[in-house]
Design a binder for this molecule. Sequence first.
Ligand code: SF4
Length: 417
Amino acid sequence: MTGVFSLLPDGRPGLLAPLLSGAWLSGGGEDGARYLAAGGYAPLTSPGRLLDRIAAVGLRGRGGAGFPAAVKIQAVRDAPGPPVVVANGEEGEPGSVKDRWLLRHRPHLVLDGIRLVAAMTGAERGCVYLSDAPAEQAVRQALAECPPTPRIDVVRTEHTYVAGEETAVVRRIDGGPALPTAKPPRPFESGVGGAPTLVANVETLARIALIHSRPEAADAVAGSHLVTLSGGSGASALAEVPAGTHLKVLADLCRHGRAEAVLLGGLFGGLHGPGWTDLPLDHDRLRAAGGALGCGALHFLHPEDCPVAVANEATAYLAAQSARQCGVCVAGTGAMARTLTDVARGRSDDDSAGKLHRWSRQLPGRGACGLLDAAARVVATLLAHFPEHVEAHRRSRCAACETATPEDGRRFTVPVP
Ligand code: SF4
């Protein structure tokens, strides 16, 4: 079962609301004429004022890192040479659907965001980067309906965990493989074709378009999030919610109220057990709790789910998805996954937990992208929040672990509603 919900207070503008009301749907996609009639693609008379507004409301990027959007835009604006703006719609986290949903159903809002960021930075070229075929079809249809300025190309990539990492995006658009490169330089310094490049998540761009068309509600737009909710029973949802919403409310929304733990940020924010229900949807508060909001994907664990099995599947999937470019990632992610498999299958030794603990502290930050960090955080939070579960696997067999399917990521994969 999948669903689309809005928990925004009445009257608060959101990314989902017009479609939930059915007002703008035309053949399954956003209707360009109605988007125009509702104030879309309105002229931007003062790019600097829009940038100030984005800074004032504190809009943060929605790709995962939560970096202030205005700082990123300003860096590209200040860089020498005509920049490029890329809408990054390649969501590598298997538990996230928001970006594909937005491109499929609100392509004009995203294209409008590219147009506005191009005006703020002086970019003469835009690009939509994606792997999802229905999203590509919707974007191409929208481009034909309302040909934009500047020119916007569509670049298709393969769907992998790392294909949406910003340096992988640049490399693929330049004709190479969708694999991360070492930083620096970062794309804002030298990106597509060597030009300063803003790689922005599609939700970030959609919120910029909404801030432009509804300036009186800019605070509320910047303070709302798209989240993807899923869990062991199969129920999943895409929801738009105010920042600060307690995770328990999100669990109840898609009937995961019995959940005893949650995996945050897709695979990036780690496992959280007792007390997770009191955590709010907030970058800083989740980080203070040792987690990360990431792309806003939450996977709930029910009483019958084993945290060791979930961690084993997550790390094995990440090891299989490693781009195999950095020796420390290949060796480190693989070692953590194999050792967790030993724990899950009752084959651990006296030092297994100790090795996992050491690796989870030593490895973060040493790969070219965040994949290694994600695996280390899953391990660290498993050990921190579920030590009794890890220890119990030394004494007795675990049925959940025996039926786990490492590597394929099936448990975490959510269909686009
Ligand atoms: S950290 Fe891993 S996934 Fe990332 S670039 Fe290096 S080898 Fe590839």
